[in-house]
Design a protein around this ligand. Structure first.
Ligand code: NDP
Ligand code: HSE
Length: 438
């Protein structure tokens, strides 16, 4: 039965995403109400600067600069948290959940850092959190995992979850321009987060990977236990070597689960993706996620991972779900809870590697490098060498067969100390799907 007077929505944050949500909810209200099975009211909105010019018209009496007043307003049913950040957003979200409201959020950083606490608070108060827009913008990956693929277990999920990095890597590859030059363009286009490290050092993708891992495996993986690297150290030369070997370089989030031994692994690292794999051809600001379910097999989702409209599309799908749930008194299903699931150790994780070394160009160096790898049980698959600027140095690129992360870490520690190495080794993982847990 629908709520008398309609479901009342409060939007906290009317920036890029919030304005898109307001605009599209208004423009499609009659058909969205049919989907929801009841009326809704865009009741209130909170912003930091009341006088800022906006692309949507909000009645002055509906606008406030006090988000807490919306979180605590007994008339509001759904609080849509689109303010970003983790401090005030946490306070507002907690207040709304304590008041039993449904929260819709796009805030991946908030969920990654405080998800465990927030979901527990929601449970205690009979409240609910919806978060489709927090991962991969417009791609409905949360619904896919929660609903469409519910019968499956997920041994392997990997994806391109940061549009900014994918844009930079794509243009470096196509145009042969440096990281810095393309980054400047990405800034001008407004792609890069205000805190650039979130994008460039892999943290934004890691926040999203943590959320996916929670949905798929019921465990909040602490960020500090995850290998997270960004794309700053990927050179044009790496991109060219990768092309010669038939690969593209992508910033890849990986979530592996070993159901036999009961552990899970998540990482975000730049990786070599085969050029003939679907994700190898997902370019520019697009995101993509491959999900392997034990029953369904592999399915791949591609779309816009950010931007006003794509993100608003995801937020609105949550609002409509939330409204239907409130109107009809349905309880959304509880996410899995596998808090005791163990994290895989480096000796449990099997990968193949791309290793770039800058070495002194003298007799025996290649044999010494190969010897160190062999002693750590690592088998070389291919070797490429190019002189480096006539300074008696050479760039050596090796690819390996599958070995453990632990074996490679031991080899790298020895290579770093080797007198013929000019710089520390640079590694990329190869996404050839020999990678697995054991
Ligand atoms: P913006 O910075 O564009 O907007 C933030 C909004 O929140 C602004 O309207 C701002 O007010 C308001 N705000 C911030 N702090 C306060 C406060 N203390 N009190 C009241 N209002 C406040 O962010 P986005 O729209 O880009 O992002 C919103 C969320 O969506 C973030 O969590 C982000 O990670 C997530 N997201 C964003 C995507 C994107 O493409 N932009 C994609 C996917 C997720 P004012 O306008 O007055 O300054
Ligand atoms: N900075 C993010 C990206 C925005 O580039 O993908 C979407 O979360």
């Amino acid at each position: 039965m629908s709520k008398a007077g309609g479901i009342r929505i409060g939007v906290v944050g009317l920036g890029t995403v919030g304005q898109g949500v307001w605009k599209h909810l208004r423009a499609r209200q009659p058909e969205l109400e049919l989907h929801m099975g009841g009326k809704f009211v865009l009741a209130r909105a909170a912003v930091r600067h009341l006088d800022k010019k906006r692309s949507v018209r909000i009645p002055a009496k509906a606008l406030t600069d006090d988000p807490m007043s919306i979180a605590c307003d007994p008339e509001i049913d759904i609080l849509c948290e689109l303010m970003g950040g983790t401090r005030e957003a946490l306070a507002v979200t907690k207040a709304a959940l304590k008041a039993g409201k449904t929260v819709v959020t796009a805030n991946k950083a908030l969920l990654c850092e405080h998800g465990e606490e927030l979901f527990a608070l929601a449970r205690q108060n009979g409240a609910h959190i919806y978060f489709e827009a927090s991962v991969a913008g417009g791609i409905p990956i949360i619904k896919a995992l929660r609903e469409g693929l519910v019968v499956n277990h997920f041994p392997l999920i990997y994806g391109i979850l940061n549009g900014t990095c994918n844009y930079i890597l794509t243009r470096m590859e196509r145009e042969g321009q440096s990281f810095e030059a393309i980054l400047e363009d990405a800034r001008k286009l407004g792609y890069v987060e205000a805190d650039e490290s979130l994008d460039l050092d892999g943290w934004d993708a890691a926040h999203k990977a943590v959320i996916i891992a929670y949905l798929a495996h019921g465990k909040w993986i602490p960020l500090k236990k995850m290998p997270v690297e960004g794309i700053r150290d990927v050179t044009l030369e790496d991109i060219q070597w990768a092309q010669r070997l038939g690969f593209k370089i992508k910033l890849l989030a990986l979530i592996l689960r070993d159901f036999k031994n009961g552990h899970v692994f998540a990482s975000v690292q730049p990786a070599l993706v085969p050029g003939d794999m679907v994700l190898g051809n997902v370019d520019g600001v697009f995101n993509a996620i491959s999900v392997t379910g034990d029953i369904v097999g592999e399915s791949v989702y591609i779309g816009r991972g950010a931007g006003q409209d794509a993100t608003a599309s995801a937020v609105i799908s949550d609002i409509i779900d939330a409204g239907t749930t409130i109107s009809h008194g349905i309880r959304p299903e509880e996410p899995l809870n596998c808090a005791d699931l163990k994290l895989a150790k480096p000796e449990d994780v099997y990968r193949s590697f791309y290793v770039r070394l800058s070495v002194k160009d003298r007799p025996g160096v290649l044999a010494e490098v190969a010897g160190i790898l062999a002693e750590e049980g690592i088998s070389i698959e291919s070797v490429l060498q190019r002189p480096n600027g006539g300074q008696g140095l050479a760039n050596l690129v090796l690819t390996t067969h599958v070995c453990t992360e632990a074996a490679m870490a031991a080899a790298v520690a020895r290579l770093k100390r080797h007198k013929s190495l000019n710089r520390k080794p640079f590694l990329l993982r190869i996404a050839d799907f020999a990678q697995r847990l054991g």
